[in-house]
Design a protein around this ligand. Structure first.
Ligand code: PEP
Ligand code: MG
Length: 536
């Protein structure tokens, strides 16, 4: 009999494939049976196990692409941090065996990450559990090797999955991931999205016994074990996986146009340059959103590093417009190396442009890099979490200064158009206050969470985080109308545009400029072709 669960979408796409359950090899964090031993011997066993675990991760880094390599390098750096093992050395000195000491050392850290109340930090707990278990496996003499799997596409069901486990699995086309726990903000979700593997997280208890086949709907967050024949037949006609990644999908390179012939300006949202690898820029009208946080994942990037990264994206776009958002730190996006303030409610705190304006030295580096890159193509700057016109004015003045400084230093610089993300209700309700903005880009993810008072990363209120609620769509409509009367172009770059169920509402609201994740491009074009703008 079919068993259906609703979780949270972490990577889009559909899959129907044989079910494979990944059982934990160790009960989490359990040290092997150990007897009390000599502290010197235990210390050297643990040192060796940590070194071997680092070696295992480095071997994976060597085979990984740059995105996966960065994630694994982050894990290696954590494992190399002497502070991590410090409590273990102390426990060993007082007679603990190596395994118990290591479990003891990592437990409070894992608990801190899990209980941080912050989705991104909580998602890093699984990276730490992976490190803990890798070292324990080395101590137990059972080092982590490649995962055993059946040939062909699979729906992999697990409690959680680490990035290194993901990378040791062969993802045949048509595969998907279903997790009882997990997080849409995890490194794993990032990898699944960029590889085009549908993924649903937060399913809760789900017994796989007796089920051979599973359906994963990564768009709606639904998983069905043993789907009935009607559901299977429906799936047979639905596009599996993210269409843009399936070779030969005629829609990916086709025009973005409604059934009644209205051209839609369809751009891409990216989290890093790597996502453009293998993509033909002719598939889109440009990049509607570059989340520049990707540059900050390993600490603060220098001006030149940022300049080179922006330039590479502009080069790829080959004359098409590229909208780069300034750092959107805070909320669900903590930045390693940046001390964000401790806040009871970070989503309502010092995030996005508020943070950049509070750290002008940091902001200046980004604005200088952007102004330099603007000489290389059609670059626009997008400001996140704008609330007041004074914030736009302040950012604008800093951009003017960055351009003037660069020119006085003899460096080529150009002043890009400065746009405002519409994601705070105060802006969506009164867009006319921002008449100096060069463009508006609606961030439906945050706009929905603020209008509906439902956190975007909290599975238990995901039904309230409904971007199709009339309270949200009326604001979108209002912004489009205000843009038309002010002569300010309006686009939408939130995930709402990538959900075919919402495309009609966006067209009805008057939007003609949308941007979606690369994985959603083909599906979006296919659905647009089935819709009409009601042109008379
Ligand atoms: C949004 O809020 O809709 C958006 C596009 O930005 P992010 O998801 O990065 O917050
Ligand atoms: Mg946002």
């Amino acid at each position: 009999m079919a068993t259906e669960r609703k979780g949270q979408s972490a990577a889009p796409g559909l899959a129907l494939a044989p079910l494979e359950e990944l059982l934990p090899t160790l009960s989490p964090g359990s040290p092997a049976q150990e007897t009390k031993a000599d502290p010197d011997a235990e210390r050297s066993r643990l040192e060796q196990a940590i070194r071997a675990a680092i070696g295992g991760l480095n071997a994976l880094v060597a085979q990984a692409d740059s995105e996966a390599g960065e994630i694994l390098a982050f894990q290696v750096a954590m494992l190399e941090d002497p502070n991590l093992a410090e409590p273990a050395w102390q426990a060993i000195a007082t007679g603990s065996p190596a395994g118990s000491a290591w479990t003891l050392a990592t437990a409070p850290l894992i608990a801190d990450f899990e209980g941080s109340g912050d989705a991104l930090f909580a998602s890093r707990a699984s990276d730490l559990c992976d490190l803990r278990d890798r070292v324990l496996a080395e101590l137990n003499g059972t080092p982590a090797g490649p995962l055993k799997q059946q040939p062909g596409a699979t729906v992999l069901l697990a409690d959680d999955l680490s990035p290194s486990q993901f990378l040791s699995w062969t993802w045949h086309p048509g595969s998907a991931i279903a997790l009882r726990r997990g997080s849409a903000a995890s490194h794993l979700a990032l990898l699944a999205r960029s590889r085009g593997i549908p993924m649903v997280v937060g399913l809760g208890p789900l017994d796989a016994a007796g089920h051979q086949l599973a359906l994963v709907d990564g768009d709606s967050g639904r998983v069905v074990l043993s789907p009935d024949p009607v559901e299977q037949a429906r799936m047979a006609h639905a596009p599996k996986g993210p269409a843009s990644l399936s070779a030969g999908d005629p829609y990916v390179m086709g025009p973005a146009r409604t059934g009644d012939g209205v051209a839609i300006n369809l751009q891409l949202n990216i989290n890093g340059v790597e996502e453009l690898a293998g993509l033909n820029p002719g598939c889109c009208d440009g990049i509607g959103l570059v989340r520049s946080e990707f540059l900050f994942s390993q600490g603060l990037p220098r001006e030149d590093q940022q300049f080179q990264a922006y330039r590479r994206i502009l080069e790829w776009a080959n004359g098409r417009s590229v909208t780069i958002r300034t750092l959107d730190a805070g909320g669900d996006k903590p930045i390693p190396g940046l001390s964000l303030p401790e806040e009871a409610n970070p989503f309502l705190g010092c995030r996005g442009l508020r943070f950049s304006l509070a750290h002008p030295a940091l902001f200046e580096v980004q604005l200088r890099a952007l102004a330099r890159a603007a000489c290389e193509g059609d670059l626009r700057i997008l400001l996140p979490m704008v609330t007041l016109p004074a914030e736009l004015d302040a950012a604008s003045a800093l951009l003017d200064k960055a351009v003037a400084d660069l020119r006085s230093e003899g460096l080529p610089a150009s002043r890009p158009p400065l746009g405002v993300m519409v994601e705070v209700p105060a802006v969506a309700i009164k867009p006319e206050l921002f008449s100096s903005a060069a463009f508006f880009s609606i961030g439906s993810n945050d706009l929905t969470q603020y209008v509906m008072a439902a956190a975007r990363d909290n599975t238990s209120v995901s039904s309230l985080h409904d971007c199709a609620h009339p309270a949200v769509t009326v604001l979108i409509e209002q912004v489009v109308q205000a843009g038309a009367s002010l002569g300010i172009p309006v686009s939408l770059c939130g995930d709402m545009a990538g959900d075919p169920n919402h495309l009609a509402a966006l067209l009805n609201a008057g939007l003609r400029r949308l941007s979606v994740a690369p994985a959603w491009l083909g599906t979006t074009k296919r659905h647009l072709a089935q819709l009409s703008c009601g042109r008379s």
